[in-house]
Ligand binder design. Structure first.
Ligand code: SF4
Length: 720
């Protein structure tokens, strides 16, 4: 038994649950991860990623030296370089001077719209605050976004429209106080495993009724009173039919509607066509199940709704989320313990990165960039001349790359993200990446996107830096430096400040703090000075246990659930909805619907988990399909097939699964050798601009023997 030199308390770097970790360290090496039984979020429980997925930081592929490409890259002819021999190791001074020179040159030549930045949902609040500040304050652009656009943008927009806010209303662990809860569009067991444990406890030990609404027969269905297996993308008719039943049967909370909402009468009229029979025809769900689900939820004492990206990742993602919000407003299941509207956020700090302003429409604290009062506040905080900040909304992630052409975006700075795995329709994304004039990657590995970069800036992992993450239920928690940085890697915040000073000097454009922060805490203090939802959060106060914002002052205990008295917008608002089908339905040529998502053992674009021991647990992608479809195709588990859409094609092995619904296949998003996003469609939700990752039409053929042989090759990375 090894005896640790020290144990450092920190927060998990993977999903939005935000489990508390104890890193056990011997000789500056993390050899074990545990969690204390009194951990407020997870009570000592950890999933496989939190417990075993920390070793990526020691992987030999990790880059710990600044690099510049040996062959200068030209727009239109940009290539990927994974091999270290194609890069030149340089000093930090050379790398940062080069980046500053090129960014300033492009800015002075083409203006603020020629620059864009991808912030990072894996990085800390402080890192994201600084990077958006650099691009807004120095380059005067709002072309600032991150992968929140690709996961819950539809939820964020819907919640802003209806309630004037965008985070989870309640604490996930409150599910044990619900007597009925809906889980929809969320494979919680694999994506938020510790929250799934709490949900199962609510059912088994507290007798709660669980309603699962999802095309796949997920593990949670074993615990459910009802499972409504809807067709992918048919969320609006299903939720509207539930609302129809609630209104027609007089199950609404009239007092709540009168006191707290607006637009009910018009909304109730708009529900007329959404009968259970109509919804059955569209969604494929038996009308009896729809009626029963509506009654169960509406008559609960405390009803709650939890949802995932199976709601938001559609071209009707905003309308789908509004459909859920309506159910809570009709029944008054919000503003109390064990109720609420709870979009389960994906990455460890996607909530925090959004809060910290890593979005094109908002400054930190969701202050709109096109609102004069908000802009003035940040100009004063950053000591920028009046009118200096750009009042025009910036481009979203997908739009940034779509604008990568002469006259559009010329330089892109990517911190920790991997659009060449996470954007839809990757063959087109690749063409856009190739068009960039200058690309910077700041990361721990050269991933599929960093391989296109001109400059690589090696950052530290989460265990080598200080800061905070904000979990899915708005809890701001500490991240601590447990070990020394590997090689020359530097914390993201230090890299950004060092670069900002060089840019500031070249532009002659001084801002506040001179980018000379004494610590990440200093950065947090600056953000909380303007973004009042953090005003009462200090590092001292969250030393042991995080605080859930809003925390308006230093005596405030934090806010486990929101909207007890009112909504930020005053009254909750109903919006009549129309059903808009998915952009691409199955047809004779492409007879299956593909839906994509995550696996328990892996995370997002795979940059971390595929460099950890977790990769051995789940080393290769599969296409999950129903036995009926497998019989139709004459394939069995393990057979190699080619899955094709109108945009691309991948080869991978079949897995026949009881989870699958006939006609719908599932491919996980983590594997570059069969990237699901080569197939997905880049249709966008018109309001949230989130792509439709959850539904596109595909065909499936048996792979030829040569293709099947290739599957056993150790890595096909970089083949697309
Ligand atoms: Fe980490 Fe999420 Fe697993 Fe908790 S549930 S250990 S936060 S990956």
């Amino acid at each position: 038994m090894i005896s640790p030199d020290r144990i450092v308390s920190t927060t998990c770097p993977y999903c939005g649950v935000g489990c508390n970790l104890h890193l056990h360290i011997k000789d500056d090496f993390i050899y074990r991860v545990t969690s204390p039984h009194d951990a407020v979020v997870n009570h000592g429980n950890l999933c496989v990623k939190g417990r075993f997925g920390y070793d990526f930081m020691y992987h030999p592929d990790r880059v710990t030296t600044p690099l510049i490409r040996k062959t200068p890259q030209q727009p239109g002819a940009r290539t990927q370089a994974f091999d270290r021999s194609e890069w030149r190791a340089v000093s930090w001074d050379e790398a940062l001077d080069y980046v500053a020179d090129r960014l300033v040159e492009i800015y002075q030549r083409d203006g603020s719209q020629a620059l864009a930045v991808y912030c990072c949902a894996k990085a800390t609040n402080e890192d994201n605050y600084l990077l958006q500040k650099l691009f807004r304050a120095l380059f005067r652009t709002n072309n600032v976004d991150h992968c929140t656009r690709l996961c819950h943008a539809g939820s964020v927009v819907a919640l802003q429209m209806a309630l004037g806010t965008s985070a989870m209303s309640n604490t996930a662990a409150e599910v044990i106080h619900s007597d009925c809860f809906i889980v929809t569009g969320s494979n919680t067991t694999e994506n938020h495993p510790i929250i799934a444990l709490q949900m199962k406890e609510a059912v088994r030990q507290h007798g709660a009724k669980l309603i699962v609404i999802d095309p796949r027969r997920l593990e949670l269905c074993d615990f459910a009173t009802l499972w409504l297996p809807l067709k992918p993308g048919a969320n609006v008719p299903l939720f509207s039919a539930m609302a129809h039943v609630i209104v027609k049967e007089g199950l609404v909370d009239r007092a709540f509607i009168d006191a707290r909402t607006t637009g009910y009468e018009e909304f109730a009229r708009s529900l007329e066509p959404f009968t259970p029979a109509y919804a059955e025809a569209i969604t494929g769900v038996d009308r009896g199940l729809i009626i029963e689900a509506a009654r169960l939820y509406a008559t609960a004492r405390n009803g709650a709704i939890y949802w995932g990206m199976g709601i938001s990742q559609f071209s009707n993602g905003t309308a789908s989320a509004l459909g859920l919000i309506h159910l809570a407003l009709l029944t008054g299941h919000i503003g109390r313990l064990g109720t609420g509207l709870n979009p389960l956020r994906g990455q460890n700090n996607v909530q925090g990165a959004s809060d910290a302003g890593a979005m094109p429409f908002h400054y930190p604290g969701y202050m709109p960039v096109d609102d004069e009062e908000s802009a003035v506040k940040w100009e004063q905080a950053w000591r920028i001349e009046p009118g200096g900040l750009n009042r025009k909304r910036g481009l979203t992630t997908t739009e940034i790359l779509a604008h990568a052409h002469p006259g559009g975006v010329r330089a892109l700075y990517i911190m920790g993200e991997n659009p060449m795995m996470t954007e839809p329709n990757l063959n087109v994304t690749r063409q856009h990446m190739e068009q960039l004039e200058f690309l910077v990657a700041q990361d721990i590995f050269i991933n599929e996107s960093g391989a296109y970069a001109d400059v690589f800036l090696p950052a530290t992992s989460w265990a080598e830096k200080e800061g905070t993450f904000t979990n899915t239920d708005r809890r701001v928690q500490r991240v601590r430096r447990a070990i020394a940085p590997r090689g020359q890697a530097r914390p993201d915040s230090e890299i950004i400040c060092d670069l900002a000073r060089r840019i500031e000097q070249r532009l002659g454009r001084p801002t506040s703090a001179g980018w000379e922060y004494t610590s990440p805490e200093d950065v947090f203090r600056e953000m909380a000075g303007v973004a009042t939802m953090f005003a009462g959060i200090t590092y001292d106060r969250i030393d042991q246990v995080g605080l859930q914002y809003p925390v308006p002052d230093e005596t405030h205990p934090g806010t486990p659930f929101l909207f007890a008295e009112s909504f930020p917008s005053g009254r909750g608002r109903f919006f009549p909805l129309a059903y808009v089908p998915v952009a691409e339905e199955a047809d004779d040529e492409y007879p299956f619907i593909l839906t994509t998502g995550r696996l328990l053992e892996h995370w997002h674009g795979g940059t971390m988990t595929r460099h950890s021991q977790l990769d051995a647990l789940y080393p290769a992608p599969h296409v999950e399909m129903h036995a009926i479809d497998a019989a139709r195709l004459a394939v069995k588990t393990g057979d190699a097939v080619r899955v094709s859409s109108r945009r691309g094609s991948v080869v991978l092995r079949v897995e026949i699964s009881a989870k699958a619904r006939p006609g719908v296949v599932f491919i996980p998003m983590h594997f570059s050798e069969a990237a699901a996003n080569l197939l997905t469609i880049d249709a966008l939700d018109p309001q949230a601009k989130i792509p439709e990752f959850k539904a596109c039409a595909v065909s499936i053929q048996i792979a030829d023997p040569t293709e099947a042989q290739q599957l056993s090759a150790p890595s096909l990375r970089g083949r697309y």
